[in-house]
Design a protein around this ligand. Structure first.
Ligand code: IPD
Ligand code: CA
Ligand code: CA
Length: 267
């Protein structure tokens, strides 16, 4: 295994143990609202400290971009670790066992290694650039479906961007008319990984942050998937409007999104 991936796996396991020990223990951890409907617990913060401290033991002068602590470490470094300590905090707070630790390493802006760990299922999704993607050490690939007919698609409601809801629901209505069914799981990093291993045929969401998708994006690409924004370009890196699947499913999803009719907020 890539040595940096090895360390990332160690960090993800350490934080994952904390999640597994605390989930379902409502009242034993603090819950705060960062913004309306955007929660953080002291376990999120402890997981982030744990991840950074494990990484820092090996990589003293790298930079760290964590959801809860922002940019720290050597901010001049070309190496930057992007960390979501608990992706799926709302699930965690509610005692719903679907959340993950997400860690990606970028070098000069390019993602080199990625880990998404689901401690409740004990599933470790990993990828290294040019070396493929794995689940618990076994190679994974995106599904081979050629159209939306029969497809299981994952998406999410833009609850943090309520002004987008009307435009999104129009898109949602097109989508449900064309595929078999839809899921909303509450954990973007695992949504991406589920596309990578073929559990979902496709996934689309908007307004994600770098820590939500940095790791999952590489895992999808290394599993043979395509990741674009809603107009078929890499604009998602800035907008966080992400769409993915195998190349056929991406083409079909882009048709449903009908780029010409999309309001600017969905591009
Ligand atoms: C959230 C989850 C959720 C997605 C949101 C994210 P958080 O991350 O990934 O599935 O729909 O957009 O913000 O806040 O639980 O780390
Ligand atoms: Ca997240
Ligand atoms: Ca989070």
């Amino acid at each position: 295994m890539h040595p940096m991936l090895n360390i990332a796996v160690r960090a993800a396991r350490a934080a994952g143990n904390l999640i597994a020990r605390n989930i379902g223990q409502q009242g034993q951890f603090s819950v705060e609202e960062k913004k309306k409907d955007d929660l953080v617990t002291d376990i999120d913060r402890e997981c982030e400290r744990t991840v950074i401290s494990v990484l820092q033991r090996s990589y003293r002068d790298h930079a760290f971009l964590g959801e809860e602590s922002g940019l720290t470490g050597n901010t001049e470094s070309e190496f930057q670790w992007v960390i979501d300590p608990i992706d799926g905090t709302t699930n965690f707070v509610q005692g719903i066992g679907h959340c993950a630790v997400s860690i990606a390493l970028k070098r000069a802006g390019k993602t080199e290694v990625a880990v998404v760990f689901d401690p409740l299922m004990n599933e470790m999704f990993t990828a290294a650039r040019g070396e493929g993607a794995s689940l618990n050490g076994r190679r994974i690939r995106v599904a081979s479906r050629t159209a939306l007919d029969g497809a299981l698609i994952c998406t999410a409601f833009p609850v943090r961007y309520r002004e987008r809801m009307g435009a999104y629901l129009e898109l949602f209505s097109n989508l449900i008319d064309n595929c078999a069914d839809i899921r909303r799981t509450g954990c973007a990093s695992l949504d991406l990984c589920y596309v990578a291993c073929g559990r979902f045929d496709g996934y689309l969401e908007q307004g994600l942050k770098a820590w939500d998708f940095a790791a999952g994006e590489l895992i999808v690409r290394e599993a043979g998937g395509l990741v674009t924004d809603y107009t078929g370009t890499p604009g998602y890196v800035k907008s966080g409007n992400i769409l993915c699947g195998n190349p056929n499913v991406v083409r079909a999803l882009l048709n449903v999104c009908n780029p010409q009719d999309l309001p600017a907020i969905l591009r």
